[in-house]
Design a protein around this ligand. Sequence first.
Ligand code: FE2
Length: 142
Amino acid sequence: MQTFKWDGHLKTGNELIDMEHKQIVDIYNDCVELALNKTENRKLIARLNELQVKLAEHFRTEEILAGCILASDAGRLKLAEHKARHDYMLDYLKTAIPKLAEQGDNTAAAQELLDHIHEWYETHIEHEDREFVSYVKRRFAS
Ligand SMILES: [Fe+2]
């Protein structure tokens, strides 16, 4: 289980998106601390639920922003692909968090869940969100 370091590798250059990404990273890092310290499972589950809510809100922010900007056919296709990636993670959390809650204190299961979120989130920010932000920049530059 690894925490995120909030440094240049996760920044997209869009102030709003970076601010929300940082809030999500902070909640995720709390989840890792709770899992590593083997505190009661219910505290971890509560924080994971907050992570799920914050991610859903943030994805909505990105999708609204993208919907305003990516008006061309190519843009709409990109938005649909991006939204599908968001929906994948929300569906995963919807199933994985209650499953973890049922298992009681299970550090291995918590680790597996957090590692999956970490890998997905890092890849998503570094590739898909950066690409999206570059569309935003180009749109406002022209
Ligand atoms: Fe995204």
